[in-house]
Design a protein around this ligand. Structure first.
Ligand code: SF4
Ligand code: SF4
Length: 68
């Protein structure tokens, strides 16, 4: 059986400024601001659309290939 790859958003937590821009644009509500200090992606919900990465003013989100 073929293994599907998909992308998932990954946040550089040390550089996130917790502005919440990514959270507001995510169509799957896959991002929360953890304790008001950094963005946290729910990998089960994320579909890798990339909207959050485009929106992040600090450019600290990248999309990584994952096996599902
Ligand atoms: S890549 Fe898309 S689905 Fe995943 S966290 Fe970012 S905006 Fe949400
Ligand atoms: S948009 Fe970027 S800096 Fe702002 S909360 Fe999301 S990951 Fe952090």
């Amino acid at each position: 059986m073929a293994v599907k790859n998909k992308r998932r958003a990954v946040v550089d937590e040390s550089s996130c400024v917790a502005c919440g821009c990514c959270m507001r644009v995510c169509p799957l509500s896959a991002i929360q601001i953890w304790r008001g200090i950094r963005a946290q992606v729910d990998a089960e919900r994320c579909v890798g659309c990339g909207r959050c990465a485009k929106e992040c003013p600090a450019s600290v989100i990248e999309l990584q290939e994952v096996r599902s």
